[in-house]
Design a binder for this molecule. Sequence first.
Ligand code: CU1
Length: 508
Amino acid sequence: MRMCDRWLTGMCLVMAATTVAMAAPPKGFEQVDTEVTIGVQPGLMKYDKAEFTVAPGARVKLTLTNTDVMQHNLLICKPGEGVTMEVAKLAWALGADGMARHFIPDSPLVLHATKLLDPNASESIYFVAPKDPGGYPYVCTMPGHAFTMNGVMHVHQAGKSGGGSAGPGGLADVKYRYYEGDWNALPDFDKLTPVASGTNAANEFDIKPRKRDDQFGFAFDATLRVPVDGKYTFYLNSDDGSQLSIDGKMVNDFNGLHAPGEHAGAADLTKGDHAIRVIYFEKSGGEELHVAWSGPGFERSKLSPDYPTGGGSSGLNEAFTVLVTDRPMLRRVLMPNTSPRSVAVGLPGGINCVFDTEIGCVRYGWWGRFINTGPESGNGTGRGGQTCTILGDRFSVGDNGYPLRVGDASATPIVAFRGYRPGKTAPQFLMSIDGTDYTQTIDVAVGRIGLTYTFEFAKAPSGPVTFSVNPAGLDLSSSAGKWDGGTLTVPAAQARTFSVTLAQSASK
Ligand code: CU1
């Protein structure tokens, strides 16, 4: 419960109430056919299992152990593309009731669910696996988590023992050949002699085995295990060019010299093993290769060490969409409804906002994917002349202009913007008010759709500090001081560092 120190007492009460003891199995489940244990990769907003397999009709014991520092749950859903996001949105729509209801929406799309688990807590749920074979997606419905925190329960006959691990979907036998040369487009690697070759033990398309950062290329050959018949989409995001083919057929052609950007291609595939080839080259500058796929019952899932990545537009009419996962992302771009001097901030887990450096405040937030820099917005730099679009649903942060006053609350302060840095998990904006420097750290409001700001002054403020926003539709809280409507007053003695949380209230 150490994390509680950072957050609000109200949150801690809810968290304490949700700690779940290990209960005895219900009748009929004293013996199960399949036991599945799932953990959480700390700080990555991901389960430690992207998939598991059970036999149709098997009695299943599924244990979720929360090995992370924030709360998570796990909901098993009906099959279908986009179902996890649909369920997540229903959960998020619970608003202020969400925590109490463990973010489990009343929906026929939800088959089974764990409660919201505290850090270190564990819960087992028991159920009979569906009779119909297929991919049953599972997802964490804490606000913002669903984009990355998901997986698939495969239901199909796997040997006669019932359950166990049948070959899961994904890559196997990844082999690489590494080349060096100065190209402006992908060469025919089969006609060239590789400088080195090998296998990738992690079974990923990984360009780490390179011996230099410019003028090199890779040809990867691997087996792609396709879990069920269906349409699959393959994403390439590379600098410079790359191509992906399956069974000798081009699926995604992202050849040429360019900045990173997402490029997608789709293929209808039958269940079973297919030969997949990814080729890639880099001339000069940045070098990146990111590969991912999505298909029936599962969201975009990576085939390279990480995905997504930063970068700009592909310039190929593909929406440039990035979900910010484990690290904040900052983009100085033209954004709607703010001054031209604004910074788009993507926080881990799909909570985003825009900080207006001209005014010195956050203007609004949105949850979902990050921004579309658009095909017109410059050569992949994301700094062109066009306004970007936000991807996702907007939420209010009560923007009322510059929010702070020190000492005399009625005097207009002299405010200056000094810079920003991404920080490890939360970005910081360095400002000054009446000559005193301070930082505003912007973080996700845990368990809510909203933001937490931490203000830290370089020296003790000379008088009380007030922070004001438009309170409409917001649940306001803070680490110190008293609220009066949308105005928080923090006594000088407590004002050197304080935080405020602005979360969407249930009624929006
Ligand atoms: Cu989660």
